[in-house]
Each structure stands twice: as C-alpha cells, then as structure tokens.
Design a protein around this ligand. Structure first.
Ligand code: G3H
Ligand code: 13P
Ligand code: ZN
Length: 325
C-alpha cells in the first residue's frame, strides 16, 4: 500500500531548513531504532519547542522491521498531541544506498530521504542522486545527497580516511542533481572514536574553510553535517565505571558544532551520543541494582537521561530550542 507522508502528519525539510538558514540554527536529526529512543527524541523536542527530523538507517529498518518503525514514527506524531504543542516532524531515511530503498521509503510515508552516493565515482553519484530526486520531487519529498567521504562506518560501508568535499564540485553537483540539501565532509566521522588523540590533547578543528567555500558557492543552500556526536565524556566514564570498555572515545567539541549551526549547516546528525547515554544508564542499573529484571526499570532511566541530553543539545548546541512559534 502506498501512503503519502502528508496523510501521516510529517513535513518535508523545505520549510524547516529555510527557517534554520534564516535564523542561524540547525535542525536536529536524531536516529532511532526502538521505542524508548523515539519517545525521548519526541518528548525532548516538544518540550524544547524544536523542529525535529527522526531518522532511520537501513540497519534500523532491518533491526526493528521497516513496517514497525514507520508506524512507530506515526505514533510519535500522535503522541506529540498528548504531551504538548506539536512541532514539525520529518521522517527521514539516513544513508539510503539505492534508488529502490529510497522509493520504498517514499512510497511508505517518509517525507525526506538521503541518497548516499558519496562512495561512487562523481558521475555515478550524480546519476543516482538525480534519479532519486526525480521520483522524490514528484511526491513532494525532499532529498539529501552527499559529496566527500567521512571516515568511519556508514552502515555496511567503512572508510579509513576522510575525503574532504571538494568545493569546486558543489555547484555542478547541486545544479545537475536538483538535490535539496548536501552533506559534506569537513572532518567529522561516524561513531564514538572520531579522532586518535592522547589524553589531554585537543582534537583537530573541523575544516571550516571548506564549509565557508561551499556556502559561498551555494548561497542560501542547506548543508548537512553527519558524524556530529560530541561523545560526552561523562557518559563514557559511567559506561567504563560500570563494566564497559570504551577506550579513547572522542567526539566533536560542542563549540565547533555551535559555530557550524550558526552557518549554512541546517541539519546536524546525532546517533552515537544517544547510544552512549542509553548504555551508561542501563549499565548503571545493572550494576547498582542487580536484583532488577524488569526492562522498564533500566530502559525507563535510559529514556529519562536521553530526554535531558537531547534537550540540552537543542538548547545549547544546535540552537533549535524555542524556534517553533
Ligand atoms: O550513519 C550511521 C548512523 O549512526 C546509523 O548507524 O547504520 O548502525 O544504524 P546504523
Ligand atoms: P554520529 O555517529 O556522530 O552520531 O553520527 C550519526 C550520523 O551521522 C547518522 O547519519
Ligand atoms: Zn551519517
């Protein structure tokens, strides 16, 4: 059965990004795989008056079942009405790797898709992105594309080193594909181990020079930052305190994200930070209350901590809080 996202209560990212660009903030794009994560994202964004993009990777679709995830997102739209003033919400495919996957998501109610052809030769990336854009735009769905490769793991694809986005390509790419936003590579990476630094050393700054050149060449065009978790050291310490083993996990400093959010970066992707906060809370309960075996007793505290983390991010890093009038 084909269903339009409009019937489900989602919006595409067009107006979200126009507002973010005009007012100098970034819309949060948070990944989810399960109910507690989704509840936390929606609760935090309603309570902080922030528009939100809830995103699903193909790995998440395999894990939780594509139909289940879609209806959970639909449930989130309804849940917003129960807990406060609803905020604009987009349902987005994260790192789509084929036309068929993007089409399947568009046909089943996604309002936005990413086609990630960044690992392909330039002309192949253009051809694939263009094909997705044509189908998506016929359904009023927005499309995110990517130029440049992030180090780390993107679903099943992993890259050892960054290939920074070449600003000289961006105008041609956007013009020929018709994409609505562009993910670029300026030094962020996926996961909890973003930089190899010794304790006490600071991490290398993001390549704001590339971001600036890209936005000069594409004035007013929405840019997306993947791999933007900060890897909160308190969460890492709690995980390690309660039996975990995360060595040298480091993320993107918050001040760099604040700076990015004020620029042409209109969407900031965060997944690992949610995983870390959740794991820290669950580990703590397992160790401090070994008698507990009710999932609500460890997933409940995890959800509470997630809400606090997302609210804080909206408020003090992305600047997206209190933007919904
Ligand atoms: O880009 C990667 C996202 O964090 C999704 O991760 O493919 O393990 O669900 P995943
Ligand atoms: P993190 O691993 O830094 O959270 O990045 C998530 C992401 O980019 C999802 O597409
Ligand atoms: Zn990503």
């Amino acid at each position: 059965m084909t269903v339009s996202y409009k019937e489900l209560g989602f919006v595409n990212t067009k107006e979200m990004f126009a507002n973010a660009m005009k007012e100098g903030y970034a819309v949060p794009a948070y990944n989810f795989n399960n109910m507690e994560q989704l509840q936390a994202i929606v609760t935090a964004c309603v309570e902080s008056g922030s528009p939100v993009i809830v995103q699903v990777s193909s790995g998440a679709r395999k894990y939780a079942n594509a139909t289940m995830l879609r209806w959970m997102a639909r449930g989130a739209v309804e849940m917003m009405k129960d807990i406060g003033k609803p905020v604009p919400i987009a349902l987005h495919l994260d790192h789509g790797d084929s036309f068929e996957l993007c089409k399947d998501c568009i046909d089943s109610g996604f309002s936005s898709v990413m086609i990630d052809g960044s690992h392909l030769p330039y002309e192949e990336n253009i051809a694939l992105t263009k094909k997705v854009v044509e189908y998506a735009h016929a359904n009023d769905v927005t499309v995110e594309a990517e130029l440049g490769v992030l180090a780390g793991i993107e679903d099943e694809v992993s890259a050892e080193h960054h290939t920074y986005t070449d600003p000289a390509q961006v105008e041609d790419f956007v013009k020929r594909t018709g994409c609505d936003s562009l993910a670029i590579s300026i030094g962020t990476s996926h996961g909890a181990y973003k930089f190899k630094v010794k304790p006490g050393e600071s991490v290398p700054p993001l390549r704001f020079d590339i971001l600036e050149e890209v936005s000069n060449r594409l004035p007013g065009f929405p840019i997306v930052l993947h791999g933007a978790s900060s890897v909160d050291q308190k969460a890492v310490a709690t995980i390690n305190q309660y039996g975990g083993k995360l060595d040298n996990a480091v993320g993107i400093p918050e001040d760099q994200l604040r700076k990015a959010a004020k620029s042409a970066v209109c969407k900031i992707n965060v997944d690992s930070d949610g995983r870390l906060v959740m794991t820290a809370a669950v580990r703590k309960v397992f160790v401090t209350k070994p008698e507990e075996f009710d999932p609500r007793k460890y997933l409940g505290p995890a959800r509470t901590d997630l809400i606090a983390m997302y609210k804080e991010k909206n408020q003090s890093v992305l600047g997206s809080a209190n933007r919904v009038k």
